[in-house]
Design a protein around this ligand. Structure first.
Ligand SMILES: [Fe+2]
Ligand SMILES: [Fe+2]
Length: 248
């Protein structure tokens, strides 16, 4: 892609004319999701004269998925440029809204990729692979494995980010934006989520992803088991939790 400065001057672009693509992706995501978070919550914090969201769920979830991409790609030989770029942008136009509204966020995000990456140093030849991965990242269950490996990795990283310790922080912090919430509500929702997680683990495309999903689900089970003890059976002693036990 020709950067705007070189295009305007009719000169050959220099490396310094290009914006680093990671910086552009992060900035675009931050801008859109901060604004959407403030819209949805209806309140914000003032930090140095700037309105900041109470909690930007979408950005934090995306950051977790990007971290997972760096972990997974080298293990399966996937192109990190494609996977990381797709992860940064996979939910880039997804709004916090009524779940009954028709969900087109994967196609909406894919349609933005070329514009967001314009003038950056992202390899043009990899854009189609980024869009393919974004368009196939939705759903909590798969009936067959995804390909190519980059698309498979994006699905796995997106779903892994919904399992484990960070996911508990993310779900806990956003829950109150949708409805009034109590500890009992969190426990009921968490236990229901554990059932859906079985399908996520079974659907993982990659071997490292499936193994990590199993470990994270074991952790989530232990977490909600402990919460159940503390909240519903306060006279019982806590259990020892063997986090390394196999997960079915
Ligand atoms: Fe998504
Ligand atoms: Fe996502």
């Amino acid at each position: 892609m020709i950067p705007p400065k070189a295009q305007a001057q009719g000169t050959q672009p220099k490396a310094t004319d290009y914006v680093p693509w990671r910086r552009r992706c992060e900035a675009d995501l931050r801008s859109f999701t901060d604004a959407d978070s403030i819209r949805f919550w209806g309140i914000s914090h003032q930090v140095d004269g700037v309105a900041k969201p109470i909690f930007n769920y979408r950005f934090e979830h995306t950051l977790a998925a990007v971290k997972l991409g760096h972990w997974l790609c080298p293990q399966v030989g996937a192109d990190l440029d494609v996977v990381e770029c797709a992860l940064w942008l996979h939910d880039c136009r997804k709004k916090l809204k009524d779940p009954m509204t028709k969900d087109t966020h994967a196609m909406d995000a894919s349609a933005e990729v070329v514009d967001i990456l314009r003038g950056t140093d992202f390899p043009q030849g990899k854009i189609a692979a980024v869009r393919h991965a974004i368009e196939h990242h939705v759903g909590l269950r798969l009936t067959k494995s995804l390909s190519p490996i980059e698309t498979a990795c994006v699905w796995d990283c997106d779903k892994l980010s919904k399992l484990g310790a960070a996911s508990l922080i993310h779900f806990g912090c956003i829950s109150g934006a949708f409805q009034p919430i109590t500890t009992e509500d969190i426990l009921v929702r968490g236990e229901a989520w554990l059932e859906l997680c079985k399908g996520i683990v079974a659907s993982m495309n990659t071997s490292p992803g499936k193994a990590e999903a199993g470990r994270r689900l074991a952790f989530l089970r232990a977490h909600y088991q402990q919460l159940n003890h503390e909240w519903r059976e306060p006279m019982e002693a806590s259990s020892d939790y063997p986090l390394k036990s196999p997960v079915s």
